[in-house]
Design a protein around this ligand. Sequence first.
Ligand code: HSE
Length: 306
Amino acid sequence: MNEIKIFSPATVANVACGFDVLGFCLDSVGDEMVVRKTNKKGIHITKIEGFNLPYETELNVAGVSALAMYKTLDVDFGFEIEIYKNIKPGSGIGSSAASAVGSVYGMNELLGKPFNKTQLTEFAIKGEALASKCEHADNLAPALFGGFTLVKSVSPLQILEIPSPDDLYATIIHPQIEIKTSESRAVLPKEVALSDAIEQWANLGSLVHALHTSDYNLISNSLKDVIVEPHRSQLIPQFNEVKKAVIEAGALGAGISGSGPSIFSLSKGLETAKKVKDAMQSVYLKTVIEFDIHVSKINIDGVKII
Ligand code: HSE
């Protein structure tokens, strides 16, 4: 096999109380990429459609993660990468992670899978860091492994796979404004109050327990972020209105998707997730801001060959 086409999914990082450690994978939106072996050594980005991104390998997220893997190989050929970008950069649903994951997953498949998913995440972290200016894996891990993942530690990298309750659906609104992850990180405090930390880790622990036990009420009670949301929500138009509307529509909870501006909510059942979509829409239709909304089952497969 010399060429492969893949789907690299969007993801929701943080999931309210799990800043930088928790994430889940979406199935309704993602990038497509073609990776092929070529006689010319090195990594070459040969096509980009969808958004205006750099072709220079060292400046492109997919290129940087691919290079991180390529440097460990002893091969007399190279790789070409075509990127069909559907996830808008700066959307808060793991655009850079999808790029970073897609290239290394495709290369690994063409090489006969010498690397496991944790090793692929190690390479992809280098690409993600180009975009967000720090090394974190809470979008990368769910894109590679699928489902919910918890990044127990980045160094050494340790990723835990967490079960997804069967009837859990996500609804995500993406207002068409850009918030750069690096800027969204800059508004965060360097220190937090112990009382907030206690509440946050209690919620994260109980959310993980609720996912293991399919306890939808406990998921609902745990989807709270007392540390990051109060700061970042000010960057997102109508955030509080959306949150109120989706809870009234029956959602289990809501929060900022990754570093924003997207807002995610989780619901039990597709019908409720669709009602939540209508509720989100009704808030944003009153503004002049354009938006997309995605309703998605939790994608338990992650990145895949198409
Ligand atoms: N955990 C990251 C953040 C995800 O919220 O900054 C975005 O890359």
